[in-house]
Design a protein around this ligand. Sequence first.
Ligand SMILES: Cc1cc2nc3c(=O)[nH]c(=O)nc-3n(C[C@H](O)[C@H](O)[C@H](O)COP(=O)(O)OP(=O)(O)OC[C@H]3O[C@@H](n4cnc5c(N)ncnc54)[C@H](O)[C@@H]3O)c2cc1C
Ligand code: SF4
Length: 328
Amino acid sequence: MRLPEFEYFEPESLEEAINQLAKNNSCTIIAGGTDLVVALKQRLQNSRYLISLDKIPSLKKITKKDDAVIIGAMSTLDDIINYTLIKEKFPALRKAAWDVGSPLLRSIATIGGNICLNTRCRFYNQSLFWRSSREECFKVGGNICHVAKKKNSCVSTFSADIPPVLISYGARVKLVGANEERVIPLENFYSGDGRFPNVILSGSKEILTEIEIPIPQNNLKSCYHKYRMRESIDFPLIGVSVAIQFNEEKRCGDARIIITGAGTGPVEPAQVRGMLLNKKLNANLISDAAEAAVTEIYPFKTTLISPRYKREVAKIIISEAIREVGGI
Ligand SMILES: Cc1cc2nc3c(=O)[nH]c(=O)nc-3n(C[C@H](O)[C@H](O)[C@H](O)COP(=O)(O)OP(=O)(O)OC[C@H]3O[C@@H](n4cnc5c(N)ncnc54)[C@H](O)[C@@H]3O)c2cc1C
Ligand code: SF4
């Protein structure tokens, strides 16, 4: 499959990149390109201008600032895996980065690209030739969904490994546009609309520049569990991040459980947080929490796997992840 024609810019400052983005309508940011290049080849992306962030050094830094770690959006997944503070304090983040793709992919793919990843669907992530045999669906500007025929919207699935973990750690992202910059909690970055699943894909003309994660206290325990069809290299069918802050009596002070692969963005089953609050973990509570969590996810058949199977898998890996952080 050939790439379409495009013009390629490599600005050396953030300001220059933002100006170029504001100037052209048919313009897209390229980071590692591991997802975008495939989308270009499949004609899912038709931008005439690509702006690479690769020559902007400030976007590649990882630093500690006060009580937080600041990760530049162009840091590769390998940079994250090898950064000492992340090894020591953010085991779930390291695990999620490690679980993405393959070694070669992790040496190029960036954390910014992972956060901004488009949603996926078996009727969307196909070549133009394959897609042309069917009526165009909502995601490409049509009027139908081939997955959920009665729904009036796109239910394509968010399948990035890292965002659920970042949300469970309370991460915020900095977005810089031509006229303003803002810092928002990562959960607010996702729209819930499968067609335009995040702020950037909704056309905001901003660049995600950095991710700020508060450094957890010692009694915050976290982990990431991923289930995929091919262990060697695959998107998560379901991924679960669990971060529980224990108090001195080993009760749950706060608990965040965030799921990927089960909606158009990362999903947090709200009632589970309340169920665990002030409780000591035990086998029954964990099983009840996992049961409750899957009543709050609504997976669709956007892969060849049935939603019912996904729910069963989710129940199992949520239980396993809570047991791991509780040492049970
Ligand atoms: C074979 C294969 C296996 C994969 N397996 C996994 C997997 O297991 N788990 C997983 O999560 N992903 C997987 N991916 C998807 C992808 O490789 C990763 O999500 C990767 O982290 C994307 O980062 P990137 O830098 O390559 O992004 P790009 O491809 O460069 O960009 C992705 C999107 O983000 C936008 N973007 C990137 N950076 C910014 C920024 N700073 N500001 C604004 N917009 C931005 C781009 O415009 C584009 O829309 C896989 C891909 C392939 C090809
Ligand atoms: S979920 Fe429906 S609208 Fe969205 S990409 Fe798939 S078929 Fe298209």
